[in-house]
Design a protein around this ligand. Sequence first.
Ligand SMILES: Cc1cc2nc3c(=O)[nH]c(=O)nc-3n(C[C@H](O)[C@H](O)[C@H](O)COP(=O)(O)OP(=O)(O)OC[C@H]3O[C@@H](n4cnc5c(N)ncnc54)[C@H](O)[C@@H]3O)c2cc1C
Length: 407
Amino acid sequence: MAKTVVVIGNGIAALSAVEKIREQDQESRIMIFAQERFHTYNRLELSKRIMTEYPAEQIFVKPAEWYDAHNIELRLGASIVRLDLKKKTVTTAQGEQVGFTHLLLANGGSNFVPPIPGIDLANVFSLRSLEDARKIQKSAATAKELLLIGGGLLGLEMAWQFQQAGLAITIVEMFPQLMPRQLDLESARYLEEVITNYGVELILEGQVAQLVGTEAVTGYQLKGEEQVRSVDLCIYSTGMRSNIGLFKESGLEIHHGVVVDQYMRTNVTDVYAAGDISEYNGRVYGLWSAARTQGAVAGENIAAGLTVGGASFEATNPVTNINVFNQVITSLGEVQPEGAVVLREQNQDKPILKKLFFKEERLCGAIFINNQKEVLLVRKAVEHGVEVPLGRRTSFAEVISYLHSLA
Ligand SMILES: Cc1cc2nc3c(=O)[nH]c(=O)nc-3n(C[C@H](O)[C@H](O)[C@H](O)COP(=O)(O)OP(=O)(O)OC[C@H]3O[C@@H](n4cnc5c(N)ncnc54)[C@H](O)[C@@H]3O)c2cc1C
């Protein structure tokens, strides 16, 4: 019997899945329901070019014709608001009810809204979608003073663009360092100094107590301070949460995300989940490459129709590349493991810093600032958790030459 595959969401996890299904199966009916009014676009680009336009050929992953050419029914602006797993139906916000034989949950995540009084004032934003980006761009065109809440990857990418556009910027980060998931303290201190030298004010271990204004934001207060600092644009980047709201009471196993096994199967037969909505091995990845791979795994298994075995997702180490404030930074794997052995190489003239992190003798993470020469070699070694008999190898260069000898 031909399948009817319904996909909720049209991010990269959804697209990779339907692409995979169509590679193997041209017959089944495939329907994608998308809350947004756009074809799948490259979400990563949003923060990297927040001050520029997004040319269609650069932002959209597939041209609009691709969907028809592959016989995929795409319903843009059709949010799924109800799910009945017993009857195997979904219902759109417009009231259309559709039956399925197989269901893929690929409805991603939303930005966490910190419980700060005033967070709903005008000119306070968070960046998740193309629509958010356009609103931010409009508001930034006349703004002078920007408050960024959160000093992670997204916040810094935006800070760099806004700094070049001439806005006065303050970043408030709750942790005692920037990018706590991707940088160790030494690398963070280096970046913090660079950013401060560009005139950005950094407030570490700071918390915004409230945003002030009548309609639009005009100021903010930090915890422990009386003073109201002025601001006319605020963007918060304080983490992501899986969009699990729709699935409460559905019978699906949910923790932070919808729990899946390595085949991207949920606890309900013929229901799969992939990308930011899914939780595998206790972890919601929140990463583009993981969402793409998980989508492809789910698609392959939906097409194969197996109930056991199939294509499987292998847990991967996080890889972060960031290019901000004229610094090119790559972070691989775990960079703050407890009791780690750390080997470093530094060049003060051309500010280069490279660090390798070992747990016992296993290479578990690395940071490269302004020199990417050994990134590929080390990335593979981190992925495979290569054991390096440190013994007499006490320098970065010695470990690199050992890794070359293995390659
Ligand atoms: C600004 C920004 C920058 C990023 N930069 C990086 C980066 O540099 N590197 C990296 O690895 N990751 C990055 N990420 C994370 C990465 O983009 C996500 O991990 C990835 O897009 C997840 O893909 P997804 O398909 O699971 O979900 P999403 O991309 O969130 O797509 C889910 C889609 O489902 C739709 N949807 C939600 N609910 C419903 C519903 N009920 N019915 C129908 N449709 C629904 C949503 O509107 C959305 O379009 C970034 C994210 C953002 C926001």
